[in-house]
Structure formats: C-alpha cells, structure tokens
Write a protein that binds this ligand. Structure first.
Ligand code: HXC
Length: 516
C-alpha cells in the first residue's frame, strides 16, 4: 500500500470515528427521545450533498473534573456551509450525544468561526441548538465562549438573517443566543427552552415542574412568545425554515432580494364579503391578506402568540411583503403588551432587510385595564410607534373598519409618515367608538333628558354621522384615497411601484434608543 493510500485510510478512519459523536449507545438514546442526530439534521435541512464541514478534528482543552484526556468528538458541535433552495447558508448543529451538547471553549470557537463566515460573506446563519448550555466542567472558559457568541449575534443583527432551531432540552446560553436571533423554531415534544432546568429549580426554589411545562414548544409559541414557528416534527420544522428563506433575502443589501414570479390571488372568498358591516362582528383578517397576495399565499409568523395581531409574509407582484394586521377574531384586534412587542420586532426585521410593509387596520385601540397598565403597556405599546416611525421601507396602510384612538395613530398612520393610507368606505376614524364617546361628551345632556335612553341613541347617531366614516380624515389629507374593497390589490400594487425607489434621510446619529 502506498503511503498516500495509508494516509487516506487513516483520515477515513479518523473521520468515521469522530462522526459517530458520543457513540452508538448515546445515538440510540437520542433516537428514543424521537430526535435525529446532529448530522442527520444537517442532511435533512440542506440541499442534497451541499454541506461542507469545517473543524471536524477540534479538541477540547479542559483539564478539571476528569476532563483531561476525555474524548469529545468534534467537541460536540458540527459547523459548515451549504445550500438551501440553492442559496448559500452557514450552519452549526450541536450534538447532544457528546456531553449533552454542552458548550466548552473550543465548541464555542467553532460556532464563532462559522458565525464569522456567515457575517463576512453575508449569508444567513442557522443554529441548531441541542445543548445543556455552558459546559459546567470548563467554568469561565465556557462562559467566555457564550459571550463571544452573543457579541456576534448582536453585531450580525440586521445584516444577515439569523435563525435558531431548538431541537432538544436547551438551557442557559443555548437559549440566550437564540433570543438574540431573528427567528426561533421549535418542535412539539422535542424542544425545551429554559434558563435553568427543573433540577436546578427544585434545588434552589423547591418548586417541581416538568421540562415540558417549564419550557416546552407550546409554552414558548403560545405564552412567552420566545418561539416564532412551531412544528409537529423535525421534518416539518425544516420545511418551515426552507419556506421562510424563500421569502427573506440573504442579507441587508437590496441586491440580495429575489423577486418571484408574479401571480394573481386564488382565494375563492370575495373580498367584499370578508369584513362584516357591523364593527362589533369579528372575522379572520388572514382571509383578507390572502385575498390580495400572489397565489393567496401567506406565511404566518408567531401564529399562536398574541393572536390579536397577525404578522407574516406574502408576495404582491412577485415581491415579498411584510403584513401586519389587527385580528378582529382575537380580543377584537386590540393592541396590548404582547401584540405591540410582536409587531414591533417584525417591523424592525422587515425594515432591516428592505421588505416593504403593508398594514391592515381594524382595532378599537389599546387594551385598557389594571393588568396591562402594570405590565407596562405604556412602554410596550410605545415599541410599535417607534418601530413604524423609524422604518424607511415603503409603508402602506389600509383602514378596513375601526381606527380608534391611539390604535389609529399606532397602526402606521399618515402622522408616523406612512407613504400611503387608503380607507375602505366602512372605515371609522375617531377617538373612540360612538357609544363610548356619547357616554363621555354627552353625559350631562343624556342625564338631563326627559327620555335618557332615546337621547343617548340620538347622541350616538349624531357622533356616528360626524365621525364614523373615512371622509373627515380624507378631508384633511390623512387618507390618500377612499377605495372600494375590490380595488385593494390594485392600489397596493400601484403604491408599492411608486415607492420602489423610496429614499428618506434620517438625522445623523449613532443609533436611537427604542423602548426595549
Ligand atoms: C456539562 C452537561 C451539561 C452541562 C448536560 N450535560 N448539561 N455536561 N455541562 N451544562 C451532560 C449530562 O451530565 C449528561 O452526561 C448528558 O449531558 C445528558 O444530560 P442529562 O441530564 O442526562 O439529560 P436530560 O435529562 O435530558 O436533561 C437535559 C438538561 C440537563 C435539562 C439540559 O442536563 C440540565 O439541566 N443540564 C444543566 C443545565 C444548566 O443549568 N446549564 C448551565 C447553564 S448556564 P452523561 O455523561 O451523564 O451522559 C449557561 C451560562 C450562560 O449556559 C448564560 C448566559 C446568560
């Protein structure tokens, strides 16, 4: 056998051994939990045969607590580059079969290397997290590693899309890094996210809770809002990632936007029949979005969290649009702490990546109440004002029905410098609904009337006649056009075309100070 042949054989043996990760027993345990291995995940996510791995032979340098000489194949994380939908991406996948995917100093060095590759080459970063967080035996070396990762997450924010996939019990830094990224994907029964797991909670606080109840997929996609997409299986999750990457650009350069082929909507429901005339009757605003998008496609983000606002992607004339819409089907579409947070972060992502915004408005205002006030609805509610005002991408609003009070201003009003505001004939733009308004401003007239019930009805009608229409706002130029529902897509196409070279200057500053 030639020397080269011997060396190649040695390489192949070394590779095969390292690629086994924590070994067959640990892999079997991973499978019992319904999980794929880290390598299977990369293969399942990326285009066939497109992955190229870096740093397979990295060695850890820990010495304490029996770590000296302990083998940690690939130090528990796989990194590399490949393709999804034929576009390049950078990927890391933590290997739970090696010390629970815990992050030591060299493991972190691998992740930061691939993060640098992603940023320097302006390609999306996808992190598959399956890790117990900082490797306890490595102490400050592990903490340092997480610091380096958080720094890069922050610096890359707004330059390249960063996607985090949670595919196992993830603790500590393994959830803080995802929290700094743009989108978090979870899978039911597989994903768990917490700062510290149930064991530590029991020791420190004496409280008992399962991993699932503490930080399962449903907890984070419905209650905490930490997750953006929830799937039933890892395969479905990877499909969601592929779909998302089809809508968003590779980076924040305008040239990286890929236009799709334009298509007409195919929704069967007629747009005029979606929104009931009576402002108190709810409906599903997603039907309305689908009635204007190409092929009636709509890819919803954070569907189960704060359902009173709907956010997501669709296309108009081949171009990706970020939709934000009050959802009358949930809490009448009010703005509250969670819905304001949800919309604001989405608006900022779209603005960073040159994705135009279309807003559909139908809401009674901000949600009043002690709970909301004490949760900080002032601070949270201000985020949506800030996000819209700051955004320089094309911004178009269609007022469908109710546009009351602070809600009217917040939902991308002309006063926050929307590029176009259209209103349907059903639109009511006022400080509040006619009933509430009559109770306040005509209280004395109603109380002093011979027949207070009749007087109240008269006053409500008087207020409605004056304000429950789009024409007062249109008369002041706050609404550019009152349009028929069937004209909505036509007006949106026109407005987006007008705005395609939009350029607005902002005062020179280091950065703003949004109400985080
Ligand atoms: C070293 C770890 C580890 C860790 C797990 N393992 N987490 N090793 N450091 N952080 C090892 C286990 O010892 C075990 O090794 C193997 O991984 C599998 O773990 P299990 O506990 O058997 O699995 P499971 O029951 O599924 O529980 C998973 C878990 C739990 C919930 C993640 O292991 C856990 O609570 N780990 C500690 C989590 C934590 O508090 N991490 C520190 C976070 S602080 P063997 O050899 O037995 O198979 C942090 C700092 C950054 O991250 C904070 C930034 C703000």
């Amino acid at each position: 056998m030639s020397i080269l042949k011997q060396k190649i054989e040695e390489l192949q043996n070394r590779k095969a051994k390292t690629m086994l990760g924590g070994g067959e027993k640990s892999i079997a345990k991973q499978k019992e939990m319904g999980k794929k291995t880290a390598r299977e995940r990369i293969d399942a996510l990326l285009d066939k045969d497109s992955f190229l791995e870096y740093d397979l032979f990295i060695q850890h340098e820990a010495r304490e607590f029996g770590m000296l000489g302990k083998e940690m194949p690939a130090d528990g994380v796989i990194i590399g580059t490949g393709k999804i939908n034929n576009n390049t991406v950078a990927v890391f996948a933590q290997d739970f079969t090696v010390a629970g995917g815990s992050l030591g100093f060299m493991h972190a060095k691998k992740i930061t290397k691939i993060m640098d590759v992603a940023l320097n080459n302006r390609i999306p970063l996808i992190g598959i997290n399956d890790s117990g967080g900082a490797r306890i035996q490595e102490g400050v070396g592990a903490l340092a590693g997480y610091g380096e990762i958080f720094y890069r997450n922050t610096i890359s924010s707004g330059v390249i899309p960063q996607l985090s996939v949670i595919l196992g019990p993830c603790a500590g830094g393994a959830v803080y890094s995802p929290a700094l990224t743009d989108f978090v994907f979870v899978v039911e029964g597989v994903s768990k996210m917490f700062i510290t797991g149930p064991d530590v909670i029991k020791t420190v606080l004496g409280e008992e809770i399962s991993q699932e109840d503490l930080g399962g997929a449903r907890v984070h996609s419905e209650i905490s809002g930490n997750a953006h997409f929830c799937a039933q299986t890892e395969e479905e999750c990877f499909n969601q990632i592929r779909t998302l990457l089809d809508y968003i650009p590779q980076n924040n350069n305008k040239e990286s936007i890929i236009k799709a082929e334009a298509k007409e909507p195919v929704a069967k429901t007629k747009i005029e029949t979606i929104v009931p005339d009576d402002p108190k009757i709810p409906y599903d605003v997603r039907e309305l979005i689908k009635s204007v998008t190409d092929g009636s496609d709509f890819f919803e983000v954070q569907a189960a969290f704060a359902p009173n606002i709907v956010i997501g992607y669709g296309r108009i004339n081949g171009e990706t649009i970020g939709f934000i819409a009050n959802q009358p089907d949930a809490l009448a579409g009010v703005l509250d702490c969670d819905s304001a947070d949800k919309a604001a972060r989405f608006i900022r992502f779209c603005d960073s990546f040159n994705i135009p915004l279309v807003t559909f408005e139908d809401l009674p205002g901000y949600l009043p109440g002690i709970e909301q006030e004490h949760m900080g609805v002032i601070r949270h509610g201000a985020k949506i004002l800030y996000a819209y005002s700051e955004a320089t991408v094309p911004r178009i609003t269609v007022i469908l029905r109710k546009a009351y009070g602070g809600g009217y201003i917040a939902m991308n009003s002309r006063h926050l410098q929307a590029d176009f505001v259209f209103a349907w004939p059903l639109a009511e733009i006022a400080v509040m609904g006619a009933e509430g308004a009559a109770n306040v401003i005509f209280r004395k007239d109603i109380a002093g009337a011979e027949n207070p019930v009749e007087e109240r009805s008269r006053k409500i009608q008087e207020y409605k006649d004056k304000f429950a229409n789009p024409y007062v706002a249109a008369g002041k130029g706050f609404v550019d056009a009152v349009i028929e529902p069937c004209e909505t897509r036509k007006y949106l196409i026109h407005a987006l075309d007008i705005c395609k070279n939009k350029k607005v200057e902002r005062p020179c500053k280091k950065h703003g100070n949004p109400p985080f």
